[in-house]
Design a protein around this ligand. Structure first.
Ligand SMILES: Nc1ncnc2c1ncn2[C@@H]1O[C@H](COP(=O)(O)OP(=O)(O)OP(=O)(O)O)[C@@H](O)[C@H]1O
Length: 450
């Protein structure tokens, strides 16, 4: 039976067409939408026109290249847009794509009409997403954040790169036609003004489109960090049992005592809010943290249903079929009377949305839940995420950056059992994976921006 995380009963194919001057965060937003939808099992992919332009041999173009009167350059840029659109259409057809993002400036109405036409010919719903800003300080920050280190400016002095980039923007400004309430009243669009100070929404018609709109409305770009920790070692961990609502072990309490110091070391004087689950072990872990605390039912551990309170050995013995089925497809497998990883992702969606809205948050929760949250930030594929090793007594710091997330792991140096169970065995113990397998996911920087 088909099983959806976000309803797309209409079987829609959507093309999110980014619109806006350079350095308005279009790629940032595009990458985030792809990560969010992929996490929700919606097949999504970004097609970055700048990438195609570079492949077409534009090398290290200066601002003159972006002058709309420069006919030869304009041809290269047009070709790049066509190549991106071609690959995008191929992706819909050959890979059953659902949401493609055409990430380019698309600043003229002529260019947008062309995209509209090719989408309509193929029954793809176009949805324009414009990022508009007149906040000069923010634009300068964006340029120094990401543009001076772009492949376009490899080996160029950052000051020279900045002034050239400002000139590039000026070239685009000469022809820029922002989305307009009157002229574009028939289009489906969302316009973000100065991040999301003001949002204009027009003709959003489907549930999937409205999810995308809701998501982008909640994004902000203020610097912040998210800390993740599993609860301290619990009595059940020591007994190798899963589920339950047991207290911390003695070593778990030691971790709880040490956690405020670890957090202080990492966060300094930043003001945090602590989110825990409703289960005793996360609350005991957070009890000495001197910050505001909130409990979320959605952060409770994956429900093991009839297997709650059992060891993996007992499960293998009593439910061998289930034990095998879970190993074969851990993401989809649902414990009888309980949950699957996919179920956990669905209930975590409001948590992710709220995390996007918030600033500094420390989440104290459980192994499976942390895997799902970590997978969102690190773009870890579904089939891999349930197998990630997230050890006890370790504080993880996530620092969202322009095109990815930086991770720091801070070990408390308090021994704990390993609760990691590898595929094909019922034994728990140290993972033979040293984590390097997941290094690739740590910084999900789009190809165009590396
Ligand atoms: N809605 C927004 N408005 C303005 N800036 C934003 C927004 N969202 C993210 N940013 C910032 O934009 C920067 C990233 O710029 P990005 O490369 O995404 O711009 P771009 O519009 O894709 O530029 P280009 O057209 O040159 O590719 C980051 O520093 C990020 O913090």
């Amino acid at each position: 039976m088909a099983f959806y995380t976000v309803s797309n009963v209409e079987n829609l194919r959507i093309c999110v067409v980014m619109v806006g001057l350079p350095a308005r965060g279009k790629s940032f937003i595009a990458q985030k939408i792809v990560r969010y939808l992929s996490w929700l099992s919606i097949k999504a992919k970004c097609f970055n026109v700048g990438n195609y332009r570079r492949k077409a041999g534009s090398g290290h173009p200066d601002a003159e290249f972006f002058d709309f009167n420069n006919k030869a350059a304009f041809k290269i840029r047009q070709k790049a847009a066509e190549a991106a659109a071609y690959d995008m259409m191929k992706w819909y057809e050959e890979e059953n794509g659902v949401v493609a993002i055409l990430d380019g400036t698309n600043t003229t109405r002529e260019r947008r009409d062309w995209i509209l036409k090719i989408c309509r010919e193929r029954a793809i719903e176009p949805m324009f997403l414009e990022s508009w800003s007149d906040d000069t300080d923010m634009i300068l920050r964006n340029i120094s954040d990401v543009k001076t280190s772009s492949p376009d400016y490899e080996g160029v002095d950052p000051d020279v790169a900045t002034s050239d980039f400002l000139e590039r923007i000026a070239k685009y400004e000469q022809v820029y036609e922002p989305l307009d309430r009157e002229k574009d009243k028939n289009l489906t669009y969302v316009k973000l003004i100065n991040v999301a100070q003001e949002v204009v929404i027009n003709r959003i018609q489907t549930y999937l489109e409205s999810r995308v709109v809701f998501y982008v409305m909640n994004l902000h770009i203020r610097p912040r960090c998210i800390w993740l920790s599993r609860h301290g070692e619990s009595v059940y961990n020591v007994e190798k049992k899963i589920g339950g609502d047991s207290c911390l072990s003695e070593r778990g309490f030691q971790y709880a005592k040490k956690l405020p110091e670890l957090v202080k070391q990492s966060a300094g004087d930043a003001d945090l809010t602590i989110w825990t689950s409703t289960l005793i072990r996360t609350q005991q872990t957070a009890q000495d943290l001197p910050y505001k605390q909130l409990q979320w039912k959605a952060l409770d551990e994956l429900d093991a249903g009839v297997c709650d309170g059992m060891t993996y050995e007992e499960i293998e013995e009593k439910y061998p079929g289930d034990f095998k089925a879970r190993d074969e497809n851990k993401y989809e497998y649902r414990y009888p009377g309980g949950e699957s990883y996919r179920d956990v992702v669905i209930r975590l969606e409001p948590i992710i949305m709220e995390l996007e809205r918030q600033e500094n948050i420390l989440i104290v929760t459980h192994q499976a839940v942390l895997r799902c949250i970590y997978a969102y930030f690190m773009n870890v594929p579904q089939e891999e995420s349930p197998w990630m090793s997230i050890p006890l007594h370790t504080l993880i710091k996530l620092e969202p950056k322009a095109y990815g997330t930086e991770v720091t792991k801070i070990k408390a140096n308090i021994p704990a059992v390993s609760t990691y169970k590898e595929k094909g065995t019922s034994r728990v113990g140290e993972s033979t994976q040293d984590g390097t397998k997941y290094q690739n996911f740590l910084l999900s920087i789009p190809e165009s921006k590396r």
